[in-house]
Design a protein around this ligand. Structure first.
Ligand SMILES: Nc1nc2c(c(=O)[nH]1)N=C([C@H](O)[C@H](O)COP(=O)(O)OP(=O)(O)OP(=O)(O)O)CN2
Ligand SMILES: [Zn+2]
Length: 149
């Protein structure tokens, strides 16, 4: 099995509304997103991406367009966190992203996978698949979400 991994970083705010301790407070993280793709090297002599699963710049471009540019410097708020949504809606031009689950690193890794998997599939077909998303919330805390197949 052959995989490649591209790492991107972004900053975002969140809170975990029911948390027993400090994470119920508004705070932010420098998240690191590692995108792992599985497939076979392209065999197309003379092509720019010959010998690659996918050009790392294309891996990055897709993730930036569909996820990282949207989440970077945003506040990620759970759709059930109505108090927080009310507060954020009062801030003019605030960058808020409503997510369908509580924004733990586990749930954000799953959401990132669900957003990105079809994008890579659309551009590069069935020969390539998004095998894993690893999302670091802090340098010592992360979640992995792996394709089930
Ligand atoms: N399983 C999870 N546990 C926690 C999550 C989470 O998303 N999933 N999130 C938080 C907080 O949001 C925050 O990330 C604190 O995490 P923690 O690793 O405790 O951060 P610290 O900086 O305090 O950790 P160090 O041990 O100092 O590196 C809490 N738990
Ligand atoms: Zn946190």
């Amino acid at each position: 099995m052959l995989t490649i991994t591209k790492r991107l970083e972004f900053d975002a705010g969140h809170r975990i509304p029911d948390h027993k301790s400090k994470c119920r407070n508004l705070h932010g993280h420098r998240y690191a997103l590692e995108i792992t793709l599985q497939g076979e090297p392209i065999d197309s002599p003379g092509a720019s991406d010959n010998g690659m699963l996918m050009d790392f710049s294309d891996v990055k471009q897709i993730a930036m367009e569909h996820l990282v540019d949207i989440w970077d410097h945003a506040f990620l708020v759970y759709e059930g966190d109505s108090l927080m949504q009310l507060l954020l809606s009062g801030l003019p031009d605030h960058k808020t992203v409503v997510v369908p689950q509580i924004p733990t690193v586990e749930n954000l890794a799953i959401i990132a996978y669900q957003i990105l998997a079809p994008r890579y599939r659309q551009r590069f077909g069935a020969k390539l698949q998004l095998a894993k998303i690893r999302l670091y919330e802090t340098p010592t805390s992360w979640a992995d979400y792996t394709a089930s197949n």
